[in-house]
Design a protein around this ligand. Structure first.
Ligand code: RFL
Ligand code: PHB
Length: 390
């Protein structure tokens, strides 16, 4: 088999890159380890920056997001028993974020790929990139017990944090930066109306809580928990009680509860790999970097990587220019480190750490009070939250 761009991974990065390439007449094949159903079942991100929404439109997969997504113009910060709104749109010349689940994004991109005849191989085992330091790379994989070879011009490693692409990079060149946080997020989805029409990020001495949503009838809530916590120890009632304890009383009273339809614990991590290019192998999205979810940046960073790589591949095939490919790693990393900084900062500000103590709590509350009352500080939060320019 031969293609122009071999894409490893059928998450949002791989699907988005594949669709933009297909629309531009650049041949590509996606190799995915899991089944289609498994990829679609993963509940993850919920907040899309405008840059991501525009890319979905450009891919021809934005119609349902525009029709069903919820455009939000602000977020609330809750601390010391009160809520304060950050007017995202007012502080950023009208920029908004779109609340639309990653599962829906993935579904829309998969539908579009099917309509446009894109080739995806699911349940591709033992995927391995080869010879990407030369001009003729290829990828091998096993399908139904038979080893196959996919020759290509370029390999896009869109296979997430646990994928094979980054692991295949030469250890002598790869440098990684990491911070692991001493807690996770316990998240649930319930078929109940959200407590507020916008998101609420809550700092509380018992730990962080987040009120988010997937629609006007579907809520997504999170509470910070110690990493050792087991999901079996969190029946729905305990979750709702803990959530309410961490919200201002007037808000807690209005939380509608119901049976959870999804419940899981996610660890929090900051991680960056440098560089993001090894000859003809490129790392895209979570394969190259991870942020803690507090700033809602993970999926959005995957989108900016895709933007840079797609433009570079377009220049290569259109004009024979290598310039974009040569610039990819540095361009992407410039934006990635700013989002890493923002996500780390927001995580540090909002969570209870083992050493926070009474002093740390007071310092967090003082910073939050400054943040919501200073236009300069609110603007800094807002412009990062809606997404820095590409
Ligand atoms: P993905 O979505 O992990 O997709 C990678 C795909 O590659 C496949 N794969 C392989 N395929 C072939 N061969 C191999 N050896 C392979 N190894 C892996 C996988 O099966 C998978 O289908 O990466 P991608 O496309 O870069 O997309 C990134 C986003 O998914 C990620 O940034 C966000 O979901 C991060 N994230 C969140 N981001 C937000 O902006 N807001 C959130 O609220 C949010 N919550 C989350 C999250 C990530 C989570 N993870 C990773 C556990 C919650 C969780 C639980
Ligand atoms: C979500 O809805 O899943 C969500 C929203 C905002 C975040 C993280 C997760 O910062």
């Amino acid at each position: 088999m031969r293609t122009q761009v071999a894409i490893i991974g059928s998450g949002p990065s791989g699907l988005l890159l594949g669709q933009l390439l297909t629309n531009a007449g650049i041949d590509n094949v996606i190799l995915e380890r899991a089944t289609k159903a498994h990829v679609l079942e993963r509940i993850r991100a919920g907040v899309l920056e405008e840059g991501m929404c525009d890319l979905l439109d450009e891919a021809g997969a934005g119609a349902r997001m525009r029709a069903e997504g919820l455009a939000h113009e602000g977020i609330d910060l809750a601390f010391d028993g009160r809520r304060h709104r950050i007017d995202l749109a007012g502080l950023t010349d009208g920029k908004k974020v779109m609340v639309y689940g990653q599962t829906e994004v993935t579904q829309d991109l998969m539908d579009k790929r099917e309509q446009t005849g894109g080739v995806s191989v699911y349940e591709a085992a033992n995927v391995a990139p080869h010879d990407f330091d030369g001009a003729s790379p290829f990828v091998t994989f096993d399908k139904d017990g038979v080893t196959q070879r996919l020759d290509c011009d370029f390999i896009a490693g869109c296979d997430g944090y646990h994928g094979i692409a980054r692991k295949s990079a030469p250890a002598s060149v790869l440098k990684t930066y990491e911070r692991v946080y001493p807690f996770g997020w316990l998240g649930i989805i319930a078929e109940v109306a959200p407590v507020n029409h916008e998101l609420i990020y809550a700092n509380h001495p018992r730990g962080f809580a987040l009120c988010s949503m997937r629609s006007t009838t579907r809520s997504r809530y999170y509470v910070q928990v110690p990493l050792e916590e087991k999901i079996e120890d969190w029946p729905d009632d305990r979750f709702w009680d803990e959530l309410r304890l961490r919200l201002p009383a007037a808000t807690a009273e209005r939380v509608s509860t119901g049976p959870s339809v999804e419940k899981s614990i996610a660890p929090l991590r900051s991680f960056v790999a440098e560089p993001l290019r090894f000859g003809r192998l490129f790392l895209v999205g979570d394969a190259g970097h991870i942020v803690p979810p507090t700033g809602a940046k993970g999926l959005n960073l995957a989108a900016s990587d895709v933007r840079y790589l797609f433009d570079a591949l377009g220049e290569f095939y259109g004009e024979g220019s290598q310039a974009g490919l040569d610039a990819y790693s540095q361009r992407a990393l410039n934006r990635i480190w700013k989002a890493e900084r923002f996500s780390w900062w927001m995580t540090t500000l909002m969570h209870r750490f083992p050493d926070t103590g009474a002093f740390g709590q007071k310092i967090q509350e003082a910073e939050l009070d400054y943040l919501v009352h200073s236009r300069a500080a609110s603007t800094s939060l807002a412009e990062n939250y809606v997404g820095l320019p590409y």
